[in-house]
Ligand binder design. Structure first.
Ligand SMILES: *Cc1c(COP(=O)(O)O)cnc(C)c1O
Length: 476
């Protein structure tokens, strides 16, 4: 870790310091840049953190402070920051062919190579890729794809997609509708018609007196009930993240996915696994569907596909669905579907993940070590429960472990205090309500895992002290 003092002497100093003073950058940012998912006036008062560079798992801000990024940016920088190979691949591709479309009976080598590679990595008969530039776009593709699939098969009314409350599938009108974030639906007239939401498998918050196993079954059986209520002839597909990410890294009880798979097999509906976070090694296998033993017909991909080095997403589609869609003109596509530079960067990222054994390492060594470190925090008086699979984990804070009580303060108030304490101590963790979550770069080393654990404990200690002194340790 580099402190501010050594940074001033660093040979790369121009890269870091050759910018306006932070306050001026903040003023311009606030005058002209509207941030996503942000109350921009509140941010103006505080001033945004300006991140200027990053290496490995470490971010540096414009004042020279270092942070261990336990969120891999937004769950995406799987290979870590500062790799030169994707940069070189992108420069080579820009020189060779910066852009060409794939609409008008043309193709190019990066799109061919990446779709072929993805077919090789994806399980079973998921052999066909429709490219997008993001997870949101890919899920919009999926809405049109499954509806077109059933219409082509003579069932135009089989167009309802079942999703889950508190799911995250993106922020476009379509993908935001698939998602189950009510605070998003409240703005702009979402959801679109024919999207139906069932309850999520969040045992800690919603399990009541049931055991996790009973609760997992109950939540999965809501899918069966919804199919029966809506009519099998009306339901096109069920979409879910193998493990909910933005909803708070909610790892479902062990009974949940087997029952969902049974129901999907029993009824004629398609299963879409949104692998945008779980894909590309996050859970210790190439795809979360493998870790959770499910057999999707379509997988949504983005984020770790390029480790965030270039925007790209897509849908990986089964032989059967592709055969039906290929029988018509699917009237859908994006200018940047299969953008050559993004494809070249993604290919380089997949090469690194595979050749350096990064995915295997998560399964065999760093994942188990991360789990041990994460679970060791469960003895902290604030922590009700820790959960982790591979390199995605969550920790619930509670004023009373036994009763799984919520804090009397508004949901998220304690989480925000803890997140601020993380930042102060050089750690980026995110909070969802009063749950703290991590999703570090997959290349995090054993030493960095220890640092993550130490800083998280320190943040918890400071948060506990703060809550005590403010009289906030009360249960709702
Ligand atoms: C981030 C995310 C998306 C949306 O991807 P964008 O690239 O932000 O559009 C979709 N699904 C899941 C599970 C995600 O985490």
């Amino acid at each position: 870790m580099r402190g501010a003092a050594t940074l001033r002497k660093a040979p790369l100093m121009n890269m870091i310091t050759n910018h306006m003073p932070t306050e001026e950058l903040r003023a311009l940012d606030s005058a002209h840049h509207m941030h996503p998912f942000t109350h921009n006036n509140d941010l103006t008062k505080k001033g945004a953190r300006v991140i200027t560079r990053a290496r490995g798992v470490t971010l540096t801000d414009s004042d020279g402070n270092d942070y261990l990024d336990a969120m891999a940016g937004l769950w995406c920088v799987n290979i870590g920051y500062g790799r030169t190979e994707p940069a070189d691949a992108s420069a080579r591709q820009m020189h060779e062919l910066p852009f060409y479309n794939t609409f008008f009976q043309t193709t190019h080598v990066p799109a061919i190579a990446l779709s072929t590679k993805l077919a090789e990595l994806a399980p079973r008969d998921l052999n066909h890729v429709f490219f997008a530039s993001s997870g949101s776009e890919a899920n919009d593709t999926n809405i049109r794809l499954v509806r077109t699939y059933w219409a082509q098969k003579g069932h135009p009314d089989k167009n309802i997609i079942i999703s889950r409350k508190n799911a995250y599938h993106g922020s476009s009108v379509g993908s935001g509708s698939l998602g189950g974030m009510t605070f998003m639906h409240e703005q702009g007239g979402l959801p679109i018609p024919n999207i139906h939401h069932i309850d999520q498998p969040d045992w800690w918050n919603e399990g009541g007196d049931m055991s996790p196993e009973e609760f997992g079954l109950e939540r999965a059986q809501q899918l069966e009930k919804a199919i029966q209520d809506l009519g099998e002839n009306r339901v096109a597909a069920f979409i879910a993240e193998p493990i909910q990410g933005a909803g708070g890294v909610i790892i479902p009880p062990s009974t949940y996915w087997p029952e969902i798979q049974r129901i999907c097999d029993a009824y004629d509906i398609l299963l879409i696994a949104d692998e945008v976070i779980c894909g590309f090694g996050r859970t210790g296998k190439w795809f979360g569907s493998e870790t959770l033993n499910i057999r999707p017909d379509i997988m949504t991909i983005a984020k770790g596909l390029s480790s965030g080095y270039a925007p790209i997403g897509g849908s990986i589609i089964s032989d059967e669905i592709a055969a039906v869609i290929d029988n018509c003109e699917f009237a859908h596509g994006y200018t940047y579907s299969g953008h050559p530079v993004s494809c070249a960067v993604a290919l380089e990222n997949l090469r690194i993940l595979q050749e350096e054994g990064i995915v295997d390492r998560v399964a065999s060594t760093t994942g188990p070590l991360m789990a041990e470190t994460w679970h060791s925090l469960a003895d902290h008086p604030l922590v009700g429960e820790t959960n982790i699979v591979g390199m995605m984990g969550s920790m619930v804070m509670t004023p009373d472990k036994e009763s799984r009580a919520k804090f009397a303060s508004e949901s998220g108030a304690v989480g925000l205090i803890c997140r601020e304490n993380c930042f102060k101590n050089g750690l980026v963790m995110r909070h969802v309500g009063d749950r703290m979550i991590i999703s570090p770069p997959l290349v995090i080393t054993p030493k960095e895992i220890k640092t993550l654990g130490d800083r998280a404990r320190l943040a918890l200690d400071l948060t506990y002290k703060h809550l005590k002194s403010e009289g906030m340790l009360k249960a709702a």
